[in-house]
Design a protein around this ligand. Structure first.
Ligand SMILES: [Cu+2]
Length: 150
């Protein structure tokens, strides 16, 4: 009976060690992903999961994708590349143009610009983005491009 208890204790400790290892190798990250709507959300999250993310939640308002993944199964680059292949720009990768062209019309988001400055001007010229306008604080594009400041 005693040996059985020792065995059980041993098995249990192995289980605990494995469990804590699995936990430490899980990484959480927030990745900026351009997009528009709920349909984009589904595509983005599906792409992230196909690249090994165990959880993926894209926020339409702030364009942030919160992912968690096991570091031995995936990486931020891997996830972003999968999203880019499905047509969406991410903070480090540019979405595939052919895939972008195939997106539903409502999903044709404003592309991330290579030279951020030109896009920033266009964005700030938007009526909603005018400095001191009531909408400015709530319009995401203004907050992103920091038109509201200064
Ligand atoms: Cu969409």
């Amino acid at each position: 009976m005693k040996t059985l208890n020792i065995c059980a204790a041993l098995l249990f400790s192995i289980f605990v060690i494995n469990f804590s290892n699995a936990q430490t190798s899980l990484k959480k990250e927030t990745i900026k992903v351009w997009g528009n709507c709920g349909m984009c959300k589904a595509t983005i999250e599906k792409a992230a999961k196909s690249a090994g993310a165990s959880t993926a939640n894209w926020n339409e308002e702030n364009k942030e994708l919160k992912v968690s993944y096991a570091v031995n199964r995936s990486s931020s680059d891997k996830i972003q590349q999968a999203i880019a292949r499905s047509g969406y720009d991410t903070q480090d990768f540019t979405g595939d143009t052919k895939a972008y062209d195939k997106l539903h019309s409502c999903c044709k988001y404003e592309r991330k610009s290579a030279a951020g400055t030109t896009k920033s001007t266009a964005c700030c010229n938007d009526a909603k983005c005018v400095k001191d306008a009531g909408d400015c604080k709530s319009a995401q594009c203004c907050k992103d491009k920091t038109c509201c400041k200064s």
